[in-house]
Unconditional design. Structure first.
Length: 66
């Protein structure tokens, strides 16, 4: 399946959930927000939301600072 991740096309295996994608990308769950097709996916839903061909995914990293 092909998805657009932060504006770049990426080919992934079929059947991935948002949680699977986070793990495959090696991201820390505590410091990110995920949006699929312009809707934020709550953290408790990551394992339930299955990605589909042509989904548009945005990953936002939170950065502390002052």
């Amino acid at each position: 399946m092909r998805v657009r991740l932060n504006g770049e096309w990426l080919t992934l295996r079929d059947g991935l959930t948002v949680a699977d994608l986070i793990e495959e990308l090696g991201l820390k769950r505590q410091r990110i927000a995920i949006e699929v097709n312009r809707s934020i996916v709550p953290r408790q839903e990551h394992a339930k939301v299955q990605l589909r061909d042509n989904d548009e995914i945005e990953v936002v990293h939170f950065v502390g600072g002052g």
